[in-house]
Design a protein around this ligand. Structure first.
Ligand SMILES: [Zn+2]
Length: 526
């Protein structure tokens, strides 16, 4: 276990995906996990290997990767009733996931055990103990999630404590108390957490849901009562109204309670928006700490006066969480972020320099048009390079065209794209077909570039997302297209925004190729 006062356990990729409208591809899951790892999350629950092939594929890929900080956890249930643990295929799949950590959930509430699952209360205790013991014998760090702990504790404290004792005595590394229905009140959660910890004579963890709007509050009181791990999700994704929102909880722990839980809190907003972008859900502008509106001030006074006054209406400094005050005309706060990101791709910039001020202004302008760069680091890098004059266009576009023809015959409704451009003064005119507009444009553009650049076959388009964006930063409704490309080793995101989906797609595509070309040029032997 970590030496932190509280460890962070993220279940965005498992409990979070129970939320309405939340879905991740395998690639999305890997990218989210990498982001969480970079942010300093201690445990990342990747999914339930027994539940679907996508989760199994995630664990397959996760096992082959190096994680900087986080440990990957697989989630599952205790063995089924009246069955040997090593004969339960669901438990076997937990081992097959090859994670260092396994979290299993078991039944706490007699009502559930008897009426829903039809096993005796004794058998339920054996199911818990057997499964924990089996996983410990296989060298796993084991967390035991006590489902419905608080509802059950209210009704039958004795049996509830017996279930967690069974897990504890079987060797579970941590017992995690779950407010599964999300309806408990803070005083009770604090009291029950304290009683559970003293009954086990061992610290516990906390997993809350937000049905009463108290997911974060309940986690905080549990931590005050001695919980040493908190489980939750980014942006509060989850079933019904969601889980404990880690993007609210984490800054509260660190900035207000002085608990050092992540190394760099300024990444917070970036992580939150990144996860939203990959889940393809609109970012909540009123989200505490990270929302666009969180530090937005309306005022009719002189800007300088508003700025002074605004600070008195801010509960924390927005720059600490990577956010910013939006009334300020030019601020140093946004600059720090730019310097750090530029350093990531090898460009050193000076704070306060005219270049950085110009880049910040361009970003603000682009955001006003509907751009978001959190999941489009490729387009961000291009923007910076363009501002510094370290950029040359790949080609000179004359025109492109894309159309779709409906024939009514399955599988024969292709899109067709043509591209006319000049590369180094040479005219190219190509035509290609594809399943959709992006695919067709991608094929035609590649064809046109191929005679000039030998890397065109290396770049693959691996993901594509379209979003109709609203007026989060005061923009009219527009289309934002996010593309993820890969050369098999690196992955990069690019973004395009336009009133028109085809033009938005084109911009994202061109960014992807231009960025790759620049890197290829710089890496070429001279
Ligand atoms: Zn849950």
């Amino acid at each position: 276990m970590s030496t932190k006062p509280v460890t962070l356990y993220d279940t965005t990729l498992r409990d979070g995906t129970q939320g309405t409208g939340i879905s991740f591809s395998v690639l999305d899951k890997i990218r989210v996990a990498e982001k969480l790892d970079a942010f300093g999350i201690d445990y990342i629950e990747g999914g339930w290997p027994g539940s679907n092939p996508k989760d199994a594929a995630f664990f397959e890929q996760a096992a082959g990767r190096e994680w900087k900080h986080a440990k990957i956890a697989a989630f599952g249930m205790t063995r089924r009733g009246r069955m040997k643990v090593d004969e339960d295929s669901q438990v076997q799949m937990l081992l097959a996931a090859r994670t260092p950590v396994v979290t299993i959930v078991g039944k706490t509430w007699p009502l559930h055990v008897a009426e829903v699952f039809g096993v005796s209360l004794e058998e339920n205790l054996a199911m818990i103990g057997d499964t924990v013991r089996f996983l410990k014998e296989h060298g796993k760090e084991v967390f035991y999630d006590a489902e419905h702990f608080f509802d059950s504790f209210r009704e039958n404290a004795e049996y509830s404590l017996a279930t967690i004792k069974a897990a504890h005595e079987a060797g579970a590394d941590l017992i995690v108390l779950c407010d599964t229905n999300g309806g408990s009140l803070p005083d009770f959660v604090g009291e029950a957490t304290g009683r559970a910890a003293s009954h086990l004579n061992s610290p516990v963890g906390i997993h809350t849901h937000n049905d009463g709007g108290l997911g974060v509050a309940n986690a905080l009181v549990a931590i005050k009562a001695g919980a040493v791990q908190v489980q939750g999700t980014m942006n509060g994704y989850g079933e019904r109204v969601g889980n404990c929102n880690l993007t609210t909880l984490i800054p509260t722990l660190q900035l207000k309670l002085g608990m050092n839980v992540v190394p760099d809190m300024t990444m917070l907003r970036e992580v939150a928006v990144f996860v939203d972008e990959l889940a393809n859900v609109p970012h909540d502008i009123r989200a505490p700490y990270v929302g666009v509106a969180a530090f937005t001030h309306k005022g009719g006074l002189h800007v300088h006066a508003v700025q002074k006054l605004a600070r008195t209406y801010e509960h924390v400094d927005p720059t600490l969480v990577g956010n910013r005050q939006t009334i300020v005309v030019s601020d140093m706060s946004g600059q720090t972020n730019i310097l750090m990101k530029a350093r990531d791709f090898g460009l050193e910039l000076d704070k306060g320099s005219p270049e950085v001020a110009r880049i910040l202004q361009q970003i603000k302008d682009a955001e006003a048009r509907g751009y978001e760069y959190e999941a489009a680091e490729g387009s961000f890098e291009l923007l910076v390079r363009k501002a510094l004059g370290r950029y040359q266009p790949l080609f000179d576009l004359k025109e492109y065209h894309c159309h779709y023809r409906y024939t009514g015959r399955a599988g024969s409704d292709p899109c067709e794209a043509t591209v006319k451009l000049l590369v180094g003064g040479v005219h190219e005119y190509t035509v290609a077909e594809g399943d959709g507009p992006v695919n067709a444009l991608d094929a035609a553009l590649r064809k046109a570039l191929k005679p000039f650049y030998d890397w065109t076959d290396d770049v693959r388009l691996v993901d594509y997302k379209v979003r109709i964006i609203d007026s989060a930063r005061g923009t009219a409704a527009r289309t934002r297209v996010l593309i993820v490309s890969s050369n098999g080793r690196d992955t990069w995101g690019t973004v395009g925004v336009s009133d028109n989906i085809i033009e938005a797609s084109w911009r994202a595509l061109v960014d992807s190729f231009e960025l790759y070309a620049l890197k290829d040029l710089e890496n070429a032997p001279t």
